[in-house]
Write a protein that binds this ligand. Structure first.
Ligand code: SAM
Length: 265
């Protein structure tokens, strides 16, 4: 598929969604994205394996929620560019009634999403900023598919470390938690800096130079996103299992990302 360039896109400015697509071996990226991603890979060659681990985690999380917990509604915030398989495909393979709304603030992501999602009665993408929970939760495009009086699983996978503290992501996540019905779930994966602060700071520097904030957080700060929700087993854990680490990579790097799923009591 050739790369679509929506109006208003500056292909000379690297972009986190497209850098991530490049780590995953996708084709939806421009030269500036590839150059910035290669600069990260020079410091962190295991970033590709980390991104692949993140996608595998999404599949496990969606399967768990739909198959084991009966979830039929998913709000995927910061959904990213279409990958080999996506949340609605995992969800609807698990149960045909599952409905998914994707949200991303990136024009390229939304253009691709609209092209891909041909059955808007079951899955659609909405072009919005996650930092405006009230607007998203009341958007007719969203409420036309998701009923927030019933349990909904909200995914924030590899999203929150792209949101700096100055934008107050904890406050925004608290608003989502508050708006959800009991029995809803929150799933988060997040880059962490408590195991290797220097290493993660070098990666953040490269992103900052590319005008893309990257804010890995420590474990307590990531745990705080879940508020009083109750963790599903095994709790907040390394998203990068030791067995997935490429040969020769320091096992401590497994602690540079956490993921968890928790339920609203
Ligand atoms: C690293 S990608 C992760 C994609 C997918 N969730 C996954 O885990 O594979 C992060 C996505 O979040 C989006 N994003 C970042 N900040 C956002 C915001 N404030 N509102 C909506 N989307 C945002 C980016 O455009 C990008 O597509």
């Amino acid at each position: 598929m050739s790369m679509t360039v929506p109006a208003g896109i500056d292909v000379n400015v690297p972009n986190a969604a497209r850098m991530y697509d490049y780590y995953l071996g996708g084709k939806d990226n421009f030269a500036a994205d590839r150059a910035a991603a290669e600069a990260v890979l020079a410091v962190a060659p295991e970033m590709r394996a980390a991104a692949a681990s993140g996608r595998a985690l999404i599949e496990r999380v969606v399967n768990h929620l739909v198959r084991e917990r009966g979830i039929r509604q998913i709000l995927d915030l910061g959904s990213g560019l279409p990958a080999a398989k996506n949340v609605h495909e995992f969800a609807q393979a698990a149960h045909p009634d599952a409905r998914v709304v994707y949200v991303d603030y990136d024009d390229v992501v939304c253009t691709h999403g609209r092209f891909l999602l041909t059955d808007p009665g079951r899955a659609r993408i909405v072009h919005r900023d996650f930092l405006e929970p009230e607007t998203i939760l009341q958007d007719p495009e969203v409420t036309g598919l998701l009923d927030f009086d019933q349990p909904v699983a909200v995914l924030m996978m590899f999203l929150l470390h792209l949101v700096p503290d100055s934008a107050h992501p904890h406050d925004a996540v608290a608003e989502y938690r508050k708006a959800l019905a009991p029995g809803s779930y929150l799933a988060i994966s997040h880059a962490a800096n408590d195991a290797r602060p220097d290493y993660m700071a070098r990666i953040s520097d490269i992103y900052e130079r590319a005008n893309t904030p990257f804010t890995p957080r420590d474990r307590p700060s990531i745990e705080a996103f879940f508020g009083d929700f109750v963790f599903e087993a095994p709790g907040l854990v390394n998203i990068w299992p030791h067995e997935a680490l490429p040969a020769g990579v320091d096992p401590e790097l497994a602690r540079t990302g956490y993921g968890g799923v928790a339920r609203k009591p």
